[in-house]
Design a protein around this ligand. Sequence first.
Ligand code: UDP
Ligand code: MG
Length: 318
Amino acid sequence: MKPNISVVVPLYNEAESLPELHAWIQRVMEANHFSYEILFINDGSTDDSWKVIEELAQRDQNVHGIKFRRNYGKSPALYCGFKAAEGDVVITMDADLQDSPDEIPELYRMITEQGYDLVSGYKQKRYDPLSKTIPTKLFNATARAVSGIHNLHDFNCGLKAYRSEVVKNIEVFGEMHRFIPYMAKNAGFDKIGEKVVHHQARKYGKTKFGLNRFVNGYLDLLTLWFLGTFGKKPMHVFGFLGSLMFLLGLIAVMIVGGVKLAHIINGTPAPLVTDSPYFYISLTTMLLGTQLFLAGFIGELISRNADSRNEYQIEKAF
Ligand code: UDP
Ligand code: MG
C-alpha cells in the first residue's frame, strides 16, 4: 500500500545527525498516525553514513537507502529519491537537523487539504552566518523576479512538500535543486505555497556548499529561464535578435550607400566608405545577425532531435 508520506533525505557525510533525525521523524509520524517511508540517499559519503543507514533500516522497516558510488550532488540525490518515492506526499529535508520534522504534519495538511502542489519552507529566522543570509536575500529577489513566483521568500529551503505528481513530472539535475518551485511552475504546477518553518544552527559537521553557490545559482537561473521561455522554440529568440541586428546593418548600409551616391550625383569627390562609422556598424551588425540566425537554426536542429521534443505535461486524458 502507498504510504501517506515519503521523506526524502539527501545526505553527504552526515553520520552523526542521522540517528537523531530518524528518531525525530519516527516520533512525529507515529504521533500523527501517518504511514510513511524514509528514503536516505547517501550521496557518496566518505564517513560512516551508510553504515548508520543500514543499522537504522534493520530496526525500522520504513527506512530505505540508496547509496551512490561517488558524490554527485544534492540534485542527483533528490532526483533518485523522487523516482523511488511512493508516498502521496513527498517531503524533502536536509539531513543536518537544520530542518525540523515537526513541520511535517502541517505541510502534509497544506498539500492534501488546501490543494497546494508544492509548499516550500521559509526560514524566516535563520541561524546561518551573515555571509550567507545577505546574498541569499538578493538571490531570492532575483529568483522571484525571473520565475514570476512572487510569493516565495526562500527558494532554496531544503524542507519542502510536494504532491506526488509533481516530483514524478520534473527532472532535477545539475544543481537545479535551488529552483524546484520554478521547474514545477514550468511544468504547469502553479499552486505553490509557503510555510514559515523553524530553522536551527547546524549541530554536527559543516556546510557542503561554499559561496560559489551564488554564482552557480545565477547561471542555473538563467538556463532555466531560457529553457522555460524558449527551450522549445529557440529560433524565436535568436531569429528575433538576428533580424534586429540585420535591420540595423541594413540601415547603416543604406546610409553609407546614400552618402556615396549623393556625392556622385553632386559631382563632389566621395569619401572612402571606410571613413564612415556606419560602415563599421553595418559590418558588425550583419555579421552578428548571421551568427544569431545560425545559433537559432542550430538550436532548432538540436531541439528537433531531442528525445524530449514532444514531451508535454498531460494532466488528464480519457
Ligand atoms: N548534500 C548532498 N550532496 C552534496 C552536498 C550536500 O546530499 O554534494 C546534502 C547535505 O548532506 C544536506 C543537504 O544536502 O543534507 C544540504 O546541505 P548543507 O546543509 O550543506 O547546505 P546548507 O544548509 O549550507 O545550505
Ligand atoms: Mg544545512
